[in-house]
Ligand binder design. Structure first.
Ligand SMILES: [Zn+2]
Ligand SMILES: [Zn+2]
Length: 417
């Protein structure tokens, strides 16, 4: 038997139901803020992620699915989608479009990680990117969309964690101060952080292995922001208050990816456990430039769909399903049955035409097994009279109506159901 690749899985049944539900809600939410969808390829040149995500990140160092194609090019299954959207922005000259450009995406990503419960090597990400505007109002708008998404799924105790990680001007000063403060503790750091101390000391702040006391004792980046970053951060906070979005400042919040600047944030909920974020994002003002474009500021967030699926599954979330209409018939009326089925499908009804035929009793049984709401019955007699029988499968009520009224009848019922 051939199985799925390790860390990958099929999505079907109840999970598919939740997946589609989540996808619909997310798309509608993003579209209500003016975001339009973009699909980028699942494979990209490896260089894209090396340059954007950053060489010294777990993703690029250990977790990328990278391979050579038959032409000897190094390709990578995308580990995230922001880099691809940024690449697309440059390649397709989106800078000629009105700014900010608002895009959202949903699609599979791949990371070579140890598969654990709820964590897969192929996983789905939803995210938004607002590209081309420096205003803190767009940061606040993106955060408000993120917050309202969490609300839309009725998560408990939703909060925004917020921080600023500065810019090219001010971050180096902070890094120095941080290293100075960390120096006496160097030997206590975990092996990853010993390396990060030299390559990317900010990441030590969100290392789960380091003690809270140590982190609390370290200098705060917000004390090192330059005037521009400080003003930007103050404005973001002001706009969030204006939008009634509860947030808490957390100076240990840094993002795992190298391309972030200024605002970084996470949306957390107690549904996900103490420190677990539903989604995270921030501003990335240098990414487009690093990919060969003009300097273009941007802000966005990304969210794994699996976490939401797990929560909704645990909650036993009921997803409203469209009703199924089943068509039962005697073989003399097959032509009429097909006609009715097509007509109903054209009106947006999920319509199942019985395939095996045989006695009405057997066909009713099959209708029940498919959880049909109504069975439309057409036998020789109904064919003669140009009528159909409609049977409500829940109440077992059955009545005869003119064939021409079937759509009106079912629409009326659907409206009131
Ligand atoms: Zn700055
Ligand atoms: Zn560490």
């Amino acid at each position: 038997m051939i199985k799925t690749v390790k860390g990958c899985k099929d999505i079907y049944g109840r999970e598919m139901e939740l997946f589609q539900y989540i996808e619909n809600v997310l798309s509608k939410m993003a579209e209500s803020y003016g975001y339009t969808k973009i699909i980028t390829p699942i494979i990209e040149y490896s260089e894209l992620f090396q340059r954007s995500v950053g060489e010294d990140t777990d993703i690029v160092e250990k977790e990328m699915y990278t391979f050579q194609d038959k032409g000897g090019r190094s390709l990578t299954l995308r580990p995230e989608i922001t880099a691809s959207v940024a690449r697309s922005y440059v390649e397709n000259h989106f800078e000629t479009l009105p700014a900010p450009l608002r895009k959202y995406y949903i699609g599979p990503c791949f990371r070579y990680e140890k598969p654990q419960k709820g964590r897969y090597r192929e996983f789905y990400q939803f995210g938004v990117e607002a590209i081309g505007d420096i205003s803190p109002l767009i940061d606040a708008e993106v955060i408000s969309l993120a917050y309202n998404i969490a609300k839309q799924f009725s998560l408990k105790n939703i909060k925004v964690r917020l921080n600023s990680i500065g810019c090219r001007k001010c971050r180096p000063h902070y890094k120095e101060a941080l290293k100075e403060a960390l120096k006496p503790h160097y030997e206590e750091l975990c092996s990853d952080c010993k390396r990060r101390f030299y390559t990317n000391p900010l990441r030590i702040l969100d290392c789960k292995k380091e003690s809270k006391e140590l982190k609390e004792s370290l200098p705060k980046i917000t004390d090192y922001l330059c005037d521009e970053c400080r003003n930007h951060f103050d404005k973001v906070k002001e706009y969030l208050s204006l939008m009634n979005i509860p947030f808490e400042l957390d100076h240990t919040l840094v993002r795992g990816l190298d391309y972030y600047t200024k605002t970084v944030f996470e949306v957390i909920s107690t549904d996900l456990g103490a420190q677990n974020a539903l989604l995270g994002g921030g501003r990335y003002d240098y990414l487009i430039e690093e990919l060969g474009g003009r300097p273009v500021p941007a802000v966005g967030f990304a969210m794994g769909m699996e976490r939401l699926m797990t929560i909704l599954k645990a909650e036993n979330k009921i997803v409203r399903k469209d009703p199924v209409i089943y068509i039962a018939y005697q073989k003399e009326a097959l032509k009429e049955a097909i006609e009715i089925a097509n007509k109903l499908r054209g009106e947006g009804f999920i319509t199942l035409l019985d395939i095996k035929g045989g006695s009405f009793k057997k066909q009713f049984e099959r209708s029940s097994k498919r959880n049909a709401s109504y069975t439309v019955i057409i036998g020789e007699e109904e064919k003669e009279k140009n009528t159909v029988q409609v049977k409500n499968m829940k109440t077992k009520e059955q009545k005869e109506i003119p064939k021409g009224e079937i759509v009106t009848f079912l629409k009326e019922w659907r409206k009131n159901a």
